[in-house]
Write a protein of this length. Structure first.
Length: 430
């Protein structure tokens, strides 16, 4: 959207109060995300000037435009995820007609290359690179397929071209994103699409680049994918595998793979082939019908697997999903107690896993510095999700890789010292 708006003559400004048009990219995934989107819209609406236009875009805008218009009467327009390419057209029409408009119909030009736009967003030396959009799975609790539709993969050539552009802009970290990255390319006829894509990407990226795969799906991590991850230094030994639960009956009710033996085999294989693997997962507490015994199985599994990173959501009914037909029968207080139990267990594990890093020398992407503190991330830290590496002093230059010796571990972050302040290094991940 930013690309299309700049092409139409708009330019970005630093603060909302300087803008002629304010666009809020809403999230409609779960109740907490909608609350945050609504609060943002309402606080912007409260301070809106007569000459400013306020637009809601994104997933929630796609899912529930009428409710958004009703709850935020100051909105001038709503633009869904399936119509994002129409943002300049929406603004032109609002200006010309001075009336509120809603665009949510599916446009044929859903992928960025169809309008000559890049499929990435850059922040410093890090970029998110979209490889596919939408999801063809039907997990019982998830509204994403209702919002975004089935998976549509971007052609490999388009992704490689984007990666080359990013490389030329001196981007160092490439975070590949899709709702289900391990199924990348199936709609294009690939059987091992992600592995193939990675091989094409490593061919154009320097060895020191970081390629991080986000959002894998259980049962889809193939031997070929593990082989590619183990072979190329660019592909980080970082696996983000949202599992949601560990009891086969709950997983079946969730309409997700429930073969825990196969999952354990895959995790063991990943650990064997990728030394110093960083493993992240996400879980749901309080799914309909979750018994004490089923929850205990989940706790035991977390204890057994000792994930490096773990996120937990409490279950909330999402309109239109399969699970919304079940009775939401786990009381809120029980959901909260289970959330707390998982987080408390994980805090101890996370601290232990971090302590295992003490003494290691890790390449760190330095991202910010002030008087007494520099912050960066190692291969174990996905941007905006995981922890940080903290260096307790100012450094001369950021937005670069540096080698850092880890000296101390906190629950979520690490503390370290620069190995050599003067040298710009070309590190591998381990
Ligand atoms: S794979 Fe992820 S995005 Fe797709 S339906 Fe399941 S939870 Fe939703």
């Amino acid at each position: 959207m930013a690309f299309l708006l700049q092409r139409a003559g708009y330019r970005p400004v630093a603060h909302a109060d300087q803008a002629d048009v304010i666009i809020v990219n809403t999230c409609g995934f779960i109740a907490d995300a909608r609350r945050e989107s609504l609060e943002t819209l309402q606080s912007l609406a409260a301070n809106l000037r007569e000459d400013q236009r306020l637009i809601a875009a994104g997933c929630w805008a796609q899912r529930d435009p009428e409710r958004l218009m009703a709850w935020v009467p100051e909105l001038d327009g709503v633009l869904g995820t399936r119509s994002w390419v129409a943002m300049p057209e929406l603004l032109a029409q609002i200006k010309a007609r001075r009336q509120r408009l809603v665009f949510t119909e599916t446009r044929t030009m859903a992928l960025p290359e169809s309008v000559g736009a890049p499929g990435y967003a850059i922040s410093g030396r890090s970029a998110f690179l979209k490889i596919a959009d939408g999801c063809s799975r039907r997990c019982a609790f998830c509204a994403i397929p209702l919002i975004k539709g089935d998976m549509v993969s971007r052609p490999i050539e388009a992704i490689v071209k984007d990666a080359q552009r990013l490389r030329d802009k001196r981007v160092l970290e490439f975070n590949l994103i899709a709702q289900d990255s391990t199924t990348y390319g199936r709609d294009l006829g690939y059987t091992n699409g992600l592995a193939e894509l990675l091989e094409r990407l490593v061919a154009v990226l320097p060895e020191s680049s970081w390629l991080r795969i986000l959002y894998m799906f259980p049962g889809q991590i193939t031997p070929r994918l593990i082989e590619v991850m183990a072979t190329y230094p660019q592909v980080l030994p970082y696996v983000d595998l949202p599992l949601q639960h560990a009891h086969p009956d709950v997983l079946r009710r969730m309409n997700r793979p429930s073969d825990m033996q196969e999952l354990r085999r895959t995790l063991a294989e990943l650990r064997a082939r990728l030394p110093h693997l960083c493993l992240r997962t996400t879980l749901i507490a309080g799914f309909p019908g979750e018994t004490e015994a089923e929850f205990q199985t989940l706790l035991d599994f977390v204890q057994e697997q000792r994930f490096d990173r773990l996120g937990v959501f409490t279950y909330s009914h999402e309109e239109g999903t399969l699970a919304a037909r079940y009775e939401d029968d786990v009381p809120e207080a029980v959901k909260e107690a289970r959330f707390d139990a998982l987080m408390t267990l994980q805090q101890g594990i996370s601290l232990e896993r971090n302590r295992e890093q003490v003494g290691r020398v890790l390449p760190v992407l330095l991202e910010g510095t002030d008087e007494n503190l520099t912050v960066g991330r190692s291969y174990r830290d996905a941007p905006e999700i995981d922890g940080l590496v903290l260096i307790q002093r100012r450094v001369a230059k950021v937005d670069r890789m540096a080698l850092v010796k880890i000296t101390q571990a906190l629950e979520y972050d690490l503390i370290g010292e620069l190995v050599d302040e003067t040298e710009e290094v070309a590190p591998s991940s381990t």
